[in-house]
Design a protein around this ligand. Structure first.
Ligand code: DOR
Ligand code: ZN
Length: 346
């Protein structure tokens, strides 16, 4: 039996939702992760420090008894975000980052930013006070092919923004292409990227071959195999600019299995098992701790977690439920399509 002990990991991009769904999913994160950056795309979104305070309190209230977990709150950037509120949020220690959703890019992003110029005063203030911007890096222009959205975003939005405001710290979230990986690697400073569990495992065939499989649909959509391989190389390289952001995004099954299904894959429950499998396949188990537990805190200027978790490689496959039941309805769990053998020792 093989064992691997690492610092307790954090999730640098997570959707916890609210109400019954929050209650149904939070334990799957707090079981293994000490902290997570909480996405603000609720309905209505988390746009002010007051909204974030109330949401943090609801998250803490929903935590299973005895679990210690720190939600790191974000604000949803709009064209009307208050500069002073953002600064207040950062100063009080509540707000870890501000999230940019280009309007229309994904779930509940219609209130996001249409014209980045309108958000420049806030971005300038963030650069000044050292508050990072988390970016959903996709253009929404209808003429751009959905598989090219990330590459076009880098060229037409992200790079111009970074040239205009080089002091702004930018996290390119859920990088899905070699273009994204190369762009991050080419940056001299102030740019890092998170990578999801599922984008290390699936390519676009998972969604489309042999029938349409809505539980592999997320945004940014999984790309072709060469991109998946680039993501695996980046994640397992130990390069401090890449870290885990699961983008675990629960939707109830009826909203996934329909004519116009929601984007999102639920991985909180089996992420550590999946990651250990991927890192083992890449001969890089020694880099798992950097990816899941060290690089993220270093980027966000936070201490690494004190305690540790132990992963155990079992002879028999470790099983996870195909679905979890939540008060909001059933949520299908990510199926990596291979048996998992790594388990987190409780
Ligand atoms: O697949 C996704 N689901 N991508 C996102 O950017 C949003 C998320 C959600 O909130 O469902
Ligand atoms: Zn997300």
């Amino acid at each position: 039996m093989q064992k691997l002990t690492i610092r307790r990991p954090d999730d640098w991009h997570l959707h916890l939702r609210d109400g019954a769904m929050l209650e149904g999913v939070i334990g799957d994160t707090s079981r293994h992760f000490a902290r997570a950056i909480i996405m603000p795309n609720l309905v209505p979104p988390v746009v002010t420090t007051a909204d974030a305070t109330a949401y943090r309190d609801r998250i803490l209230k929903a935590l299973p008894t005895g679990d210690r977990f720190q939600p790191l709150m974000t604000l949803y950037l709009t064209e009307h975000t208050s500069l002073d509120d953002v600064e207040e949020g950062k100063k009080s220690g509540l707000i870890t980052a501000v999230k940019l959703y280009p309007a229309g890019a994904t779930t509940n992003s219609h209130g996001g930013v249409r014209d980045l110029n309108k958000a420049m005063p806030v971005l300038e203030r963030m650069a000044k006070i050292g508050l990072p911007l988390c970016v959903h890096g996709e253009v929404t222009t209808p003429e751009v092919d959905i598989f090219d959205r990330e590459a076009v975003f880098i060229e037409t939005a992200l790079d111009p923004l970074r040239q205009r405001l080089p002091e702004l710290k930018v996290t390119m979230e859920h990088v899905t292409t070699s273009d994204g990986v190369n762009y991050i690697k080419s940056a001299k400073a102030n740019l890092a990227g998170s990578i999801t569990t599922h984008h290390l495992i699936i390519n676009r065939n998972a969604i489309l071959v042999g029938g349409i499989r809505p539980h592999y649909y997320c945004l940014p959509v999984a790309k072709r195999e060469s991109h998946r391989l680039a993501l695996r190389a980046a994640a397992t390289s130990g390069d401090t600019r890449f870290f885990l952001g699961t983008d675990s995004a629960p939707h109830v099954d009826p909203l996934k299995e329909c004519a116009c299904g929601c984007a999102g894959i639920y991985t909180s429950i089996n992420t550590m098992s999946c990651l250990a499998h991927v890192f083992e396949q890449e001969g890089a188990l020694d880099k798992l701790e950097a990816f899941a537990s060290l690089n993220g805190p270093a980027w966000y200027g936070l201490p690494v977690n004190d305690d540790r978790i132990t992963l155990v490689r079992r002879h028999d496959a470790v099983t996870f439920p195909a679905k979890i039941e939540t008060g909001a309805g059933p949520v299908t769990v990510f199926d990596p399509m291979f048996p998992l053998h790594w388990d987190v020792e409780s």
